[in-house]
Design a protein around this ligand. Structure first.
Ligand code: UDP
Length: 332
């Protein structure tokens, strides 16, 4: 079958589909496993799509075997914080137990390299709003806990076996493929850049600003927004790192720079050519005032160089995709 295959679980989802596209474009043999509960068939632009669940041991083992998989990139997960608070077991089952099953299958089939989608949610509310990889982890919702528990499993499995891994803790991912081929299609999105883009195309009457009394320069929450294309590129860098035989590592994936909600909405307004209609709301429970990555380690370790820093490109790409979604899949 030639070169080793790369299995991308959740490859029909938002971040996974961007990684599949970059892997495919760089000549890798990529296979997607996705149950399509939140993903989209047409988001998979390279390689076969196997429709199925990470909890299905037989299926996962068969896919690893039949496609000669050498490396797994594990994205399949539920990602809505409020949903995780309302239904924690769904998150522990799908995200944590799901990771356990995929790891079990890797060990059984001799797959010894693993890239894991983790999240800045593992930090909770870090002191000073800036987190490096040694900042104590203290998630404040089941989504963050489900990711941290997966990290722990990965750490322990790597210590006990020949498996090596890279865990990437994403900060606030936004934007879409600058080529306009894929983007974020998630229905009922809660992420700020997606919500703002939906407002611009007329799907929402306004954009809520959750909290205007934070101890930040303009009173609104500050986050480290990172372009999905740079996040995807970090996975290709992680692949090269693991292929070079380097040791397991956990890395922040952010730019190390914060923007407030108002700054993001102003950038969306610039891209849209008109200011947005906003609505000031109370703070959203569990939101830290500020969450920014200390992001030196990923650059040093993986040699990752971001190409899309800056809010303007991120929101332009998010908007372009939202316009396309609106044209192709108008609300019923
Ligand atoms: N936010 C907002 N309105 C929205 C969605 C988010 O004001 O409709 C704020 C939120 O309070 C936080 C920032 O935008 O300060 C980023 O939130 P998001 O849900 O995008 O990501 P999170 O940081 O919660 O993972």
């Amino acid at each position: 079958m030639g070169a080793e295959g790369i299995l991308v679980t959740g490859g029909a989802g938002y971040i996974g589909s961007h990684v599949v596209r970059q892997l495919g474009a760089s000549g890798e043999r990529v296979v997607t496993l996705d149950n399509l509960s939140r993903g989209f068939r047409d988001a998979v632009t390279y390689g076969p799509l196997v429709v199925g669940d990470t909890s299905d041991r037989e299926l996962v083992r068969r896919v690893l075997r039949e496609h000669s998989i050498g490396i797994v990139m594990h994205f399949a997960a539920l990602t809505v914080v409020s949903e995780s608070v309302a239904d924690p077991l769904k998150y522990y089952s799908n995200n944590t137990a799901g990771t356990g099953t995929v790891l079990e299958c890797c060990l059984a089939e001799g797959v010894d390299r693993f890239v894991f989608s983790s999240s800045a949610a593992v930090y909770g509310v870090p002191n000073g709003g800036i987190a490096d990889e040694d900042t104590p982890t203290a998630p404040i919702n089941p989504y963050g806990s489900s990711k941290l528990m997966s990290e722990w499993m990965l750490r322990d499995v790597s210590a006990a076996s020949g498996l090596r891994h890279v865990a990437l803790r994403y900060f606030n991912v936004g934007g879409s493929d600058p080529g306009g081929r894929i983007g974020q299609s998630t229905p009922q999105a809660t992420l700020l850049t997606k919500v703002a883009a939906e407002h611009v195309v007329g799907k929402r009457p306004d954009v809520p600003i959750f909290g205007t009394d934070y101890p930040t320069p303009d009173g609104t929450g500050v986050r480290d927004y990172i372009h999905v294309e740079d996040v995807a590129a970090a996975h290709l860098a992680a692949l090269a790192y693991l292929r070079a035989g380097r040791p397991s590592v956990t890395l922040n994936c952010g730019y190390g720079r914060g923007h407030s909600v108002r700054e993001v909405l102003a950038a969306v307004g610039r891209a849209a050519g008109r200011p947005l209609v906003t609505r000031e709301e109370a703070r959203r429970p569990g939101d830290p005032p500020t969450l920014i990555a200390r992001a030196d380690r990923i650059r040093e370790t993986l040699g990752w160089v971001p190409r899309y820093e800056g809010l303007d490109q991120l929101v332009r790409d998010a908007l372009r995709w939202e316009h396309r979604l609106q044209a192709e899949r108008p609300p019923i």
